[in-house]
Design a protein around this ligand. Sequence first.
Ligand code: NAD
Length: 235
Amino acid sequence: MDKKKVVVLTGAGISAESGIPTFRDANGLWEGHNVEDVATPQAWTRDPELVLEFYNQRRKAARDVKPNEGHKALAELEKHFQVTIITQNIDNLHEKAGSSRVLHLHGELFKSRSTADESLLYDMDSWELNMGDCCEKGSQLRPHVVWFGEAVPMMEPAIAETAEADIFMVVGTSMQVYPAASLLYYVEDHVPKYIIDPKLPLVHQRPNLHMVEAKASVGVPKVCRELIEKHAGKG
Ligand code: NAD
């Protein structure tokens, strides 16, 4: 029997208890910076050193952090369901927890990309990316992240996954960043939808919507246990 398909949209909140600060919890500042100064194409044109240094610090801070009970419960869920994680996070904590199918909507902190040819991606061994670090064609490398105002190429596969979900979960996102937040509206009406967040985001009413006011480390394992009891093996 085919396993049922669980699709999970995660945001910065799922990594908060691992020690990576969220963004909106700090008054819309990201580690003390306005996003316009560090996470836009304009910032890159104006001051690439500042942008590289911002992501170097994020990489340095993220390299030794560990997944929490929220990430782990989602990885464990693969024993019972076909699970796809769609994350807005650029950290790699879902992979570290053992999730096998992770789609990064906003890019990956531990990859760099050519500014001349966006198909040229490189895994980063070091936490540092500097001016003068070039791709094989000789062009400057940039962080492989989607900046505010840039297209989100992974949105198309994310919509396709979401439309096929038998169960949908949203964890730790303020649902204020588009187009990611619009995924909730691609889920079919009959599909159970769980939103897990200690400060529940405002969303339009949808059929079969369950709001779980809890931190990821508590709410995610709880919902996963419920799903296993109710749905696992009933594909
Ligand atoms: P956000 O900062 O806008 O919202 C964070 C959400 O997490 C809030 O709703 C908050 O209530 C919730 N939250 C706080 N603590 C939580 C916990 N312990 N458990 C569960 N939820 C908790 O985050 P966003 O919606 O993901 O949008 C921010 C953007 O900034 C994203 O595009 C992302 O790429 C980027 N970002 C990424 C990281 C990361 O990779 N870890 C961190 C900060 C920002």
